[in-house]
Design a protein around this ligand. Structure first.
Ligand SMILES: Cc1cc2nc3c(=O)[nH]c(=O)nc-3n(C[C@H](O)[C@H](O)[C@H](O)COP(=O)(O)OP(=O)(O)OC[C@H]3O[C@@H](n4cnc5c(N)ncnc54)[C@H](O)[C@@H]3O)c2cc1C
Length: 485
């Protein structure tokens, strides 16, 4: 049995290692780096930049902890080297694991040529590989609207930002979903002035309003300007002296109704030098030194030879799959961002594990179906935001009775000790059985703390199981037990 994997991101990697452990012959074809976009462009470099920004903010908070504030001057070259060394190290580790498991690694670009044939175009030419099963895990790339021309210099995507050659004086970020707000946090904590264009009235429009409110308050405290209810429709590059004629009315527009309260005129820090103007559909325009687009991603489903096997993509370009991650051709699977389920590295990896088990044949290993509703997710802002399972809004929509309990970290000894008492823990449970249905955590290390609730939701634990766990004191996790009371 040979499994051929096209794309070596989290989905491809996890499928390869689990399948190899289960005794399947695996060939993985990757055109770029092992570890995928997750390692090269997305999860890892973004979190490495955020870690540096977080360390800088931490130094600035030291004053409140009895220490003199230390200098947080940024060395962009050192930061760039640090990010590439983390990426390289992870690629080496991933490659070692795969080769130690006898996974055959092929460097090249691959496509299907009929149901059991994969063609890999490598540096040495074309190679045809017979496949008993195939995984398509080619990931996604940033979505680019037709109203903007990127230049990789002042008009950027997330992929140009690790870090850019110079730190923007004033970065205008378009897109207020998870990626947009993480980049707001990243660049404002590195010392840039940031304006966020928010198409609705709330950042993170799909999140609990209470959670989004904590983040908005933190952004405003740091001087981030929120331009709400505005959709960007164009970005123009402007040179020295061109700003006035271009009709930029940044300060006036941005201040109105968004609570930012800066009310400033052309206070973008860019003066009349080179920069950008982001034009919005309501006539407002925002001038900055740079603009960054974070408006979602598109799947890499072109050029995969899908027509040779009769697989159609949906309107967004994703490959539809069933609960085993099979496409309409049962021995061809799709996973990760290409499959249009939750675009998370953790979900892609879990799909990979399940696919390998399914390829082996479900019976030889204990196989539980994936339940995407139970995936934990986090937003690496400051404070961090993490949630899992059912949200209050979901319960109301379903007309379901729930019990909601909430404890603020302001009451936590650890929060006070660490001089960071922001945020709260919220637990949603079934009032009749006490089973934990979901929860949200906003605060320091929320992305780590959510693990407790993720296990509870997946395992069907009750609030009493959390209450009766003897946790370490003084820690933030004690707030979980209190919220479970
Ligand atoms: C800025 C940003 C930050 C993110 N941060 C997080 C985070 O903190 N946590 C989280 O869980 N998720 C995060 N995500 C989402 C996460 O990166 C994706 O969900 C994840 O990378 C999807 O994994 P994948 O295996 O589908 O594909 P990818 O990681 O995109 O890998 C696909 C691979 O396929 C290769 N490939 C494509 N076509 C071919 C071909 N024809 N032949 C051979 N190889 C091919 C590509 O080179 C690539 O290496 C983030 C996303 C973004 C944009």
């Amino acid at each position: 049995m040979r499994l051929v994997i096209i794309g070596g991101g989290p989905a491809g990697n996890q499928t390869a290692t689990t399948a190899a452990r289960l005794g399947i012959d695996v060939t993985m074809i990757e055109r770029d780096i092992v570890g995928g976009a997750a390692n090269l462009w997305d999860c890892i470099p973004s979190k490495a930049m955020i870690a540096t920004g977080g360390a800088r903010s931490y130094l600035q908070r030291m004053g409140g902890m009895g220490l003199q504030c230390l200098d947080g001057t940024l060395d962009l070259d050192a930061l760039r080297q640090r990010i590439s060394s983390i990426t390289r190290r992870l690629e080496e580790t991933n490659t070692q694991i795969l080769t130690s498991q006898n996974v055959e690694l092929v460097r090249g670009t691959a496509r299907l040529d009929g149901p059991h044939e994969v063609v890999a175009v490598t540096g040495e030419g074309e190679r045809r590989i017979h496949a008993d099963a195939v995984l398509l895990s080619t990931g996604s790339r940033p979505r680019l609207p037709d109203w903007v021309e990127l230049d990789g210099d002042r008009i950027l995507t997330t992929r140009d930002a690790y870090p850019p050659p110079v730190l923007p004086e004033h970065l205008v970020i378009v897109g207020s979903g998870v990626t947009g707000v993480e980049f707001v946090h990243m660049f404002s904590s590195l010392g840039c002035q940031v304006t966020l264009v928010v198409s609705r009235e709330q950042v993170l429009p799909s999140k609990d309003p209470e959670v989004a409110a904590v983040l908005e308050a933190d952004f405003l405290r740091r001087g981030v300007r929120l331009v709400k209810g505005a959709r960007a429709v164009g970005i123009e590059r402007v040179g020295a002296g061109a700003s006035d004629g271009a009709g930029a009315s940044d300060g006036a527009g941005a201040g109105a109704g968004d609570g930012a309260g800066d009310g400033a005129g052309a206070s973008d820090g860019t003066g009349a030098g080179a920069g950008v103007i982001v034009h919005c559909d309501d006539g407002r325009s925002i001038r900055g030194s740079h603009a960054l687009l974070a408006i979602g991603s598109v799947p890499n489903s072109e050029g995969l030879g899908l027509e040779t096997v009769g697989i159609d993509v949906d309107a967004a370009g994703h490959i539809p799959i069933n609960h085993h991650c099979q496409t309409v051709v049962p021995h061809i699977y799709a996973a990760g961002d290409l499959s249009g389920k939750l675009p998370l590295s953790s979900v892609a990896s879990m799909q990979g594990r399940k696919i390998a088990e399914h390829v082996v044949g479900g019976h030889s290993v204990a196989h539980r179906h994936l339940n995407y509703d139970k995936a934990a997710s986090a937003i690496f802002t400051e404070p961090e935001i993490a949630d899992v399972g059912m949200a209050e809004a979901d319960a109301f929509a379903e007309g379901r009775k729930i019990r909601v309990t909430k404890v603020p970290f302001a009451a936590s000894p650890r929060g006070l000790i660490d001089n960071d008492p922001r945020g709260f823990v919220k637990i949603i449970s079934d009032p009749a059985t006490g089973v934990v249905l979901g929860g949200s955590i906003v605060g320091h290390n929320a992305a780590e703390l959510i693990a407790v609730l993720a296990v509870a939701v997946t395992a069907g634990l009750r609030v009493s199981d959390i209450v009766e766990s003897m946790l370490v004191h003084p820690t933030l996790s004690e707030a979980l037990a209190e919220a479970a009371e």
